[in-house]
Design a protein around this ligand. Structure first.
Ligand code: ATP
Length: 265
């Protein structure tokens, strides 16, 4: 059974014209190239004809309201669900690759909700990241503790006893020990207190200096402070794309969230 069938999803051939306001051509050094991506769950079309790129050295935001298709996009990129269109990483077509194989290539997914192993300690959770490192070296446990000093005293604590913020630090630390070549992050601020969101985003800014990333967020302000540019999804379609400054303009963002081009007028 294919991954598509296993997930109950079918590749979807888009039958309508794209509605994005502007789509830049692929940057010369694009590491992640997504073209014509579509995801569907039964009769629900979650993502339609989405194209985006992440270049070496850049952080890119993927924004949009609830149900816009952001998580589905990340799941498709990481091989967790079947999709139409193509996803290429570092020039390699990922079609047919299992999620584990994609992770071993260095495309590391930090899922929504963290998914920390509840019965493993913090140290053991972090070490799980090494499985996907596939011989790459770079990030160490010491680097993670330098980034998140709060984890130092918690190394022996079980995952179930961690706060949401501590779990997010562990999830990011685990991803770093996979020595990512590109990170895809699903709502890293979800459910966290404002001060913890700041800690997490300060760390992401340091990580982004070394690792390109695609960041899905509801917290547009934090995402646009971190990222150089971004895309806004609405009802599965790319509604708006631009620099962080362009997307920071509240009217155009509101317009794309509402799916109305005239809302900014
Ligand atoms: P949120 O921010 O609320 O997580 P999102 O932008 O990440 O939203 P998705 O979770 O990708 O959006 O969902 C896109 C659409 O696909 C929604 O209509 C959602 O209800 C639907 N959907 C997502 N997962 C499934 C699934 N496993 N089965 C059926 N429909 C799904």
């Amino acid at each position: 059974m294919s991954a598509v069938e296993a997930e109950g999803c079918l590749p979807y051939e888009p039958d309508a014209r794209p509605t994005q306001t502007r789509l830049d051509s692929a940057p010369a050094a694009a590491m992640l190239v997504v073209r014509g991506l579509s995801v569907r769950y039964g009769t629900t079309r979650a993502v339609l004809d989405l194209s985006l790129d992440v270049a070496a050295g850049e952080a890119v935001a993927l924004l949009g309201p609830n149900g816009a298709g952001k998580t589905s996009t990340l799941h498709a990129i990481s091989g967790l669900i079947g999709h139409g269109g193509t996803v290429a990483f570092d020039g390699r077509d990922l079609t047919g690759h299992a999620p584990e194989a994609i992770a071993r290539l260095g495309l590391i997914h930090v899922p929504e909700g963290r998914r920390v192993f509840p019965t493993l300690t913090v140290r053991e959770n972090l070490a799980m990241g090494r499985i996907a490192a596939a011989g790459r070296t770079g990030w160490t446990e010491a680097d993670v503790l330098d980034l998140f000093p709060a984890l130092g005293p918690l190394l022996g604590r079980a995952g179930y006893a961690l706060s949401g913020g501590e779990q997010q630090m562990v999830a990011l630390g685990r991803a770093l020990l996979s020595v990512p070549r590109l990170l895809v992050l699903d709502e890293p601020s979800l459910g966290l207190a404002p001060a913890v969101v700041r800690t997490v985003y300060d760390a992401l800014a340091r990580i982004a200096a070394d690792v390109p990333m695609l960041v899905v967020e509801q917290n547009t302000a934090e995402a646009l402070r971190l990222c150089v540019r971004g895309h806004v999804l609405a009802a599965g379609r790319l509604a708006l794309t631009g620099t962080a400054a362009e997307l920071g303009d509240r009217d155009s963002l509101l317009a794309s969230y509402l799916g109305r081009r005239d809302a900014a007028a």
